[in-house]
Write a protein that binds this ligand. Structure first.
Ligand SMILES: [Zn+2]
Length: 94
């Protein structure tokens, strides 16, 4: 026996919203292309086209790269602050 869907998702898009994309598989509206690509890639992986899957993977690797650069910047900042305080300490006590 198949499980019955209890809730039917409903999406209300306000009249003022003019530029949005709809998922071709489940009709869910998205404000930007990127959100739609992400949704299709993660929720309709089995039924989406190769193009959509490629777009999803490109978006994903961009995100990973951005996160990596953020980590590098954060590490460098902490390192610089550490050295700044070390030098100040050395100067004060010199
Ligand atoms: Zn969908």
């Amino acid at each position: 026996m198949l499980a019955e869907t209890v809730t039917q998702p409903e999406y209300e898009v306000p009249e003022s919203e003019t530029s949005f994309e709809r998922c071709p598989y489940c009709e869910r509206p998205f404000r930007t292309d990127e959100l739609l690509i992400h949704h299709v890639g993660s929720n309709h992986r089995d039924s989406c086209t190769d193009e959509e899957l490629e777009a999803y993977e490109a978006v994903e690797s961009d995100e990973e790269f951005e996160l990596f650069t953020f980590h590098v910047k954060a590490a460098v900042t902490v390192f610089m602050v550490y050295f700044m305080f070390s030098f100040m300490y050395a100067l004060v006590w010199a």
